[in-house]
Every structure is written in structure tokens, then in C-alpha cells.
Design a protein around this ligand. Structure first.
Ligand code: GLP
Length: 262
């Protein structure tokens, strides 16, 4: 794992965007795995800026999102499809047909999940997966005790996640769908690189457990300790309870510039 601690969310997001941009420049038909939630918003803003001001070209890029709520149509205000269109896809030159978000309205959930896995394979697999983290350590919607071998499937949200996400649904927990389709942990681990972002003290415990705790399905993100190329971009708040934070800073500062966005 590589831990990159930046002063604030903006700087951490810009550093993560450089990694994405470098991949897209080197591999114009890169396959990106994308995440939703408030965490990746600044990363997407920076990617839009890089496209508009520096010509970062997404015309051959394809994307697969981690998850979607079951029962929300693509035009629902809180659907992850709508989130992606609004915050990224509508502002870059990506082909909409090359963007994939699980279908929360499908009437054949197992079939749609299997097809999603096949579509990822057909594109040659995910080159870089963007991840946030839930306060309970979930990635995508892989809640605690999710199998490390899991693939795209239906999951039930924990009550904590329902409560956390109620802020997007007028603070009304009853409006948050309890079920979702999410890539599995096995799917996420197959990505060639994983880029996780986490900001604020509210994420500090989950981040510390992910990086410095035992690998356990109780903290699904901790599986990233087994991933050969996992980069964790965090701000001071999210880093606030790490035991070895001075070491991570020292490692990053000692890197030559060219290696920082590899
Ligand atoms: C949701 C998403 C996750 C995301 C998490 C954290 O549950 N399914 O992919 O990482 O929320 O959300 P936020 O970034 O808003 O804290």
C-alpha cells in the first residue's frame, strides 16, 4: 500500500487526478472503475479541468461504476448514474455508450450482475479503480462480512450506511433504498490499480483499520493490503489516527517527482 497524506482534500484529490490523467495519457483506451459519494467529487472536478484546460482526452476511455441503488431509475436525483453524468460524464468527451453503471431497475438482478462482470472482462479488465470508503470500512457497497471472493451482486446496506447516506435523501432514512447492486470485493481486487480517497476525521477510524489493522472482512477495505498496487490518498483529518503517519510522509517526500503519479 502507498499512503499519500496531503494537507487537505483539494490537494489529495489533485494528486489522485494526476495518477488517473497519467494513465489516460499513456493508455487512451484505459478502463476506469469509478465511485460515487461526496469523496470523489473534487477528483472529478479536477479531471474535468484537465480535460477542458489541458485537453485530457476521454474519447476512447470506458468506465464501470462500482454500484447503484436498486429501485432508483437513472434519472432519479440520487441515482449513481445521474450523479456520474452530472459530476463527470457531461463535462468530458467520453462516449456515453462507454460508461457503465449497474442497472438498479433491472428485473433480472443475477443476470444483470453476471453481464456486468462479463462486460468488464470484454473491455480487458479495469486498469484503475477509484474507491471511497464508508465509515464502517465498506468499499463500493461491500458491507462488513462481504466475502473477499465476491463478484457483482445484490447486497443489503447496513443500518449505519443507510443512516450515513440519508443526508442525500433529505435526511430521511426511510427514503434510502436498502438494497443495491455492487461490484464484489473480488471484482475490485482484479483491478490493476486501486486508488482510494478518504477525507475528514469521520473516516479516520476506518482508514486506520484499513491500512494498519488486520485484514478482515469486518473492514472490507482492509483487503487492499493484499493488492499489489493500492494507493490511498487522504487528508490530515483522515490520517489523524494513523500510527505510522510520519513514515508515510517521509516515504512520499523522498520519492522523485516522476514517480509520484505512477
Ligand atoms: C457510498 C458508496 C461508496 C462510498 C461511500 C462513502 O456508500 N457506495 O462507494 O465510498 O458511500 O461515501 P462518501 O464519499 O459520501 O463519504
Amino acid at each position: 500500500m502507498e499512503i499519500i497524506i496531503k494537507e487537505n482534500e483539494q490537494l489529495a484529490s489533485e494528486a489522485a487526478a494526476k495518477v488517473v490523467a497519467r494513465l489516460v495519457r499513456e493508455k487512451p483506451n484505459a478502463v476506469l472503475g469509478l465511485a460515487t459519494g461526496s469523496t470523489p467529487l473534487m477528483l472529478y472536478k479536477e479531471l474535468v479541468r484537465l480535460h477542458q484546460e489541458e485537453g485530457l482526452d476521454f474519447s476512447q476511455v470506458s468506465t464501470f461504476n462500482l454500484d447503484e441503488y436498486i429501485g432508483l431509475s437513472p434519472d432519479h436525483e440520487q441515482s449513481y448514474r445521474r450523479f456520474m453524468n452530472k459530476n463527470l460524464f457531461n463535462h468530458i468527451n467520453i462516449e456515453m455508450d462507454n460508461t457503465h453503471v449497474p442497472d438498479g431497475m433491472t428485473d433480472d438482478i443475477p443476470g444483470a450482475c453476471a453481464a456486468y462482470e462479463l462486460a468488464i472482462l470484454d473491455e480487458g479488465g479495469i486498469d484503475l479503480q477509484v474507491l471511497g470508503i464508508g465509515s464502517d470500512g465498506h468499499v463500493g457497497f461491500n458491507e462488513p462480512t462481504s466475502s473477499f471472493a465476491s463478484r457483482t451482486r445484490i447486497k443489503t446496506l447496513t443500518q449505519q450506511t443507510v443512516a450515513d447516506n440519508a443526508r442525500f435523501f433529505c435526511d430521511d432514512e426511510s427514503k434510502v433504498p436498502n438494497h443495491c447492486i455492487t461490484m464484489g470485493i473480488g471484482t475490485i481486487m482484479d483491478a490493476k490499480m486501486n486508488v482510494m480517497l478518504a477525507f475528514g476525521e469521520g473516516k479516520a477510524a476506518a482508514v486506520a483499520a484499513t491500512i494498519e489493522g488486520a485484514v478482515t472482512s469486518m473492514i472490507p477495505a482492509s483487503v487492499l493490503q493484499h493488492h499489489p498496487t493500492a494507493k490511498i490518498f487522504i487528508d490530515e483529518g483522515a490520517a489523524s489516527t494513523l500510527t505510522l503517519s510520519d513514515y508515510y510522509r517521509w516515504v512520499y517526500c523522498g520519492k522523485p517527482e516522476w514517480q509520484k503519479d505512477l
